[in-house]
Write a protein that binds this ligand. Structure first.
Ligand code: GLU
Length: 475
C-alpha cells in the first residue's frame, strides 16, 4: 500500500512532530526527550491450542510517562509490529495532552488474526497476554491502562480486567486497570459509540464558524454534505450513523474490505451495517452500486472523507487524486506525512487524528474516573435535579391561571423534567472536551502566521503541554 519512498508510520509521526517543534522554543534536549518512545516491551508466549503449542508475539509500548497512568488501546491484527505500536503510542501522548485527559501515551498490540480463533481460544490467548503484561505493571490502574483498538472490544477488555483482578485480589481499584469494559463489568454508558460520537462533535464544532467552513471551500451547515467513510467498524459505523441520522449528511460511499458501496443520494447506514454483519462484507447489498476496487472511492468527489480504518491509506500513490475538500482522520495515521503535504498544497483541510479520534480516550478517562470513584455518574444528583425542575414546572403551570390559554408545552415539560443519566452526562462531557480542544487548536491555527494547518496547531498545543509538565515536575 505504501510507496517504498515513504517513511514508516513511526517516521511519519516523527516528521509531523519535527515540523511542529521547529516552530517552538524548546531546548534540543527536551525536544528529543519528548519525541522518543520511552520503552517497548516485546513478549512471546505460548498457549496450548488445537493439540499443539502456539506462539504469539505481543507488544506494549510506553511513549511518555510525564503523566501516569499511561493510556492507549491494544490492537489485534496480523500487521502489528514494533514500529506501528510505537507510532500509535506517541499519538496517544499527544492526543491525551490535546484533550486534557491526564495520561501519558501507550499502545499495545498482538500479532493475531482474531477471525482465525474461536471465542474460547481467544479468551485463553487474551488472558495469557494480559497475565504477561500485568506481571510487569503494563496493565495496572495507576500505571498503565489499556483499552480497545482495532480487532478488540468490550469482550477482550472484560477478560483482561478479570485476569488482572484474579492476580490482584485485594486491589480495590482493580476495575480501573482497563477501560472499554462492558457496562455490567465496570464499563460506562457511551464508551462504545464514543470515538464515532467524537468525530461527529468535531465536525459540528468545525461547522460552527463560517470562516473555517470557507477555508475548506464549503459553505452552509453540515446538512446535505456528501461524506465518504472508509471502514464501517466501530468508529466508522457510529460516525456515519450519527452524521447521517442526526446531522443530515449524505453518506454517499462506504468502503469496506471486499469493495465499496456508492449511492449519490446517501446510503442507509444502519441497513448497510446489518448487511455487513450478516454477510461479512458489502458485496450484493441491494439498493446501491458496488465498486469492486473499493480504494478508488477514496478518490471520489465529495465534501468530507472519513478514513476510519487503517494507517497509511492516503499516501503518495493516491494523494494527488483525492478530491475531498476536507479529511477527518477517524483512524490513527490514515494520511502519511508525504500525502499530508500534497493535500495541504491543494487546500484540503485535514482534521488530524490526535483530535478527530480523541473521543475514545476521553470517554475512557470518564470510565477510569467512574471506576476509581466506585459510583455511576448521575446517581447522586439525578432525582434531586428532577425534583427542582418539577418545582419550576409547577410555578409555570400556576402562571397559566394568570395568562389564559398559556401553558408549558408537553414536549418542554418532558425534556425539562428529565434529570441527566450517565449517558447524557458522558455525551455532555465529550462534547465539551471536543469543543475546548478544537478552540485551543484553532487559536494557534489562526493566531500564528507560521502555522499552516490544524495538524501542526494540534501538535503545538499538545507538545507545549507535555513540555510544561516536564518543566514543572522534572524529567
Ligand atoms: N484505542 C483508542 C485510541 O486509539 C482508545 C484508547 C483509550 O481509550 O485508551 O485512541
Amino acid at each position: 500500500m505504501l510507496q517504498s519512498s515513504e517513511p514508516s508510520f513511526r517516521e511519519s509521526v516523527d516528521i509531523m512532530f519535527n515540523r511542529a517543534v521547529a516552530l517552538m522554543d524548546l531546548t534540543p534536549g527536551l525536544k528529543e526527550k519528548i519525541r522518543v518512545c520511552n520503552a517497548t516491551y516485546t513478549v512471546r508466549f505460548g498457549v496450548r491450542l488445537r493439540g499443539q503449542i502456539q506462539t504469539f508475539v505481543g507488544y506494549r509500548s510506553v511513549h511518555s510517562e510525564h503523566m501516569e497512568p499511561v493510556k492507549g488501546g491494544i490492537r489485534y491484527a496480523m500487521s502489528v509490529n514494533q514500529d506501528e505500536v510505537e507510532a500509535l503510542a506517541a499519538l496517544m501522548t499527544y492526543k491525551c495532552a490535546l484533550v486534557q485527559a491526564p495520561f501519558g501515551g501507550s499502545k499495545g498490540g498482538l500479532c493475531i488474526d482474531p477471525r482465525q480463533w474461536d471465542e474460547h481460544e481467544l479468551e485463553q490467548i487474551t488472558r495469557r497476554f494480559a497475565f504477561e503484561l500485568a506481571k510487569r505493571d503494563l496493565i495496572h490502574p495507576s500505571q498503565n491502562v489499556p483499552a480497545p483498538d482495532m480487532g478488540t472490544g468490550q469482550r477482550e477488555m472484560a477478560w483482561m480486567a478479570d485476569q488482572y483482578a484474579r492476580m490482584n485480589t485485594t486491589d480495590i481499584n482493580a476495575k480501573a486497570c482497563v477501560t472499554g469494559k462492558p457496562l455490567n463489568a465496570g464499563g460506562i454508558a457511551g464508551r462504545v459509540e464514543a470515538t464515532g460520537r467524537g468525530v461527529q462533535y468535531a465536525l459540528q464544532e468545525f461547522f460552527r464558524d463560517p470562516h473555517d467552513i470557507s477555508s475548506a471551500q464549503m459553505s452552509g451547515a453540515l446538512e446535505g454534505k456528501r461524506v465518504v467513510v472508509q471502514g464501517l467498524g466501530n468508529v466508522g459505523y457510529h460516525a456515519a450513523n450519527f452524521l447521517s441520522e442526526e446531522d443530515g449528511c449524505k453518506v454517499i460511499s462506504v468502503i469496506e474490505r471486499d469493495g465499496a458501496l456508492y449511492d449519490p443520494d446517501g446510503l442507509d447506514i444502519p441497513n448497510v451495517h446489518d448487511w455487513i454483519q450478516s454477510h461479512g462484507g458489502v458485496k450484493d447489498y441491494p439498493g446501491a452500486a458496488f465498486v469492486e476496487d473499493g480504494a478508488t472511492m477514496l478518490e471520489q468527489d465529495c465534501d468530507i472523507l472519513i478514513p476510519a480504518a487503517m494507517e497509511g491509506v492516503i499516501n503518495l500513490s493516491n494523494a494527488d487524486r483525492v478530491k475531498a475538500k476536507m479529511i477527518v482522520e477517524a483512524a490513527n495515521g490514515p494520511v502519511t506525512a508525504g500525502a499530508d503535504e500534497v493535500l495541504r498544497a491543494r487546500g484540503c483541510v485535514i482534521i488530524p487524528d490526535l483530535y478527530a479520534n480523541a473521543g475514545g480516550v476521553t470517554v475512557s478517562y470518564f470510565e477510569w474516573v467512574k471506576n476509581l470513584s466506585h459510583i455511576r455518574f448521575g446517581r447522586m444528583q439525578r432525582r434531586q435535579e428532577e425534583a427542582r425542575h418539577q418545582l419550576i414546572i409547577e410555578e409555570l403551570e400556576r402562571l397559566s391561571d394568570v395568562v389564559p390559554g398559556w401553558s408549558p408545552s408537553a414536549d418542554f415539560k418532558a425534556k425539562y423534567l428529565r434529570g441527566a443519566g450517565e449517558l447524557e452526562l458522558v455525551r455532555s462531557g465529550l462534547d465539551d472536551t471536543m469543543r475546548q480542544a478544537f478552540q485551543s487548536m484553532r487559536e494557534v491555527w489562526h493566531g500564528r502566521e507560521d502555522v499552516p494547518d490544524l495538524r501542526i496547531a494540534a501538535y503545538l498545543v499538545a507538545i507545549e503541554r507535555v513540555a510544561d509538565s516536564y518543566r514543572t515536575k522534572g524529567l
